[in-house]
Design a binder for this molecule. Structure first.
Ligand code: CAA
Length: 257
């Protein structure tokens, strides 16, 4: 049983993971990251889990890496840091993650949110990479993913000044796809997750991989991948079902084959 997470579901294909270290604004200590990685490993193999929602509290999605824990690690400690393994597990997770973000979403918290495929934010959310204030810099993908998410100009300002941006600014910049009233953020994220969970799993998986290629590769390679993935889906039963359901004017029932 995890100590720093509240895990619910899957319900209607959605696994809900709530970060729960209220005493530290959900700071991502190694134990929490390990629990998150373990939960995702189990979710990876569970066919009932089609999508995952990660959320925090109303006050904080997560206020970063745990600074108290980090203070105890020297250079060698950082080199041998098990956290890197946990981050890799989160990165490799192959089902869609929706982050429901309220309150502080800082440092490693912002980096975790950027591992999500879709970010939905409450109006009061604050996104930032304040590591520079501690004499360090983002270390879990912050510089790379933020540039891709909001562009070089805003990412540079955020990383070098450490100053956070509002949910509205994050929406304008493309970091989040929707803003809600804070009390509705999780509900909305679950609704989006349920919508995706009802689609054909193989189509979702390949579409997601193709979208990732847009960040990882050049256009020609990405287009080639897209065409291969599109072609591959022609061999699935779910494609047959989707087309038949349309023709028969009924909802499709996809089963992942
Ligand atoms: N690590 C450990 N504890 C943290 C924490 C963190 N990142 N952020 C907050 N806390 C703790 C505080 O120490 C405090 O605990 P105590 O009551 O025991 O002192 C509790 O959470 C509540 O925090 P505050 O009293 O500071 O609350 P506030 O409302 O006044 O301020 C805040 C909120 C602006 C988010 C402030 O807590 C803050 O600046 N936190 C640190 C943010 C930060 O620098 N994050 C980057 C961490 S480095 C990193 O993430 C590296 C990486 O990329 C891999």
């Amino acid at each position: 049983m995890p100590n720093h997470l509240i895990v619910e579901g899957p319900q209607l294909g959605v696994l809900s993971i709530k970060l729960h270290r209220p005493e530290a604004l959900n700071a991502l200590n190694t134990a929490l990251l390990a629990e998150l990685a373990d939960t995702l490993i189990a979710a990876q193999d569970d066919a009932e889990v089609r999508t995952v929602v990660i959320t925090g509290s109303r006050r904080a999605f997560a206020a970063g890496a745990d600074i108290k824990e980090m203070a105890e690690r020297d250079l060698v400690g950082m080199l041998e840091d098990p956290r890197q393994r946990h981050w890799s597990t989160i990165t490799r997770f192959s089902k869609p993650i929706i982050a429901a973000v309220n309150g502080f979403c800082l440092g490693g918290g912002c980096e975790l949110a950027m591992h999500a495929d879709i970010l939905i934010a409450g109006e009061d959310a604050r996104f930032g990479q304040p590591e520079i204030n501690l004499g360090i810099m983002p270390g879990a993908g912050g510089t790379q993913r933020l540039v891709r998410a909001v562009g070089k100009a805003l990412a540079t300002q955020m990383v070098l000044t450490g100053e956070p941006i509002s949910a509205r600014r994050a929406l304008e910049a493309g970091l989040v796809s929707e803003i809600t009233q804070p009390e509705l953020t999780v509900e909305r994220a679950i609704a989006v997750a349920e919508t995706i969970a009802a689609k054909a799993p193989l189509a979702v998986r390949l579409a997601r991989e193709a979208l990732h290629k847009a960040e990882d590769t050049d256009l020609a390679t990405g287009l080639r991948f897209e065409r291969h993935a599109f072609t591959l889906l022609a061999g699935t039963k779910d494609r047959e079902e989707g087309i038949h359901a349309f023709q028969e004017k009924r909802p499709a029932t996809f089963n992942g084959h």
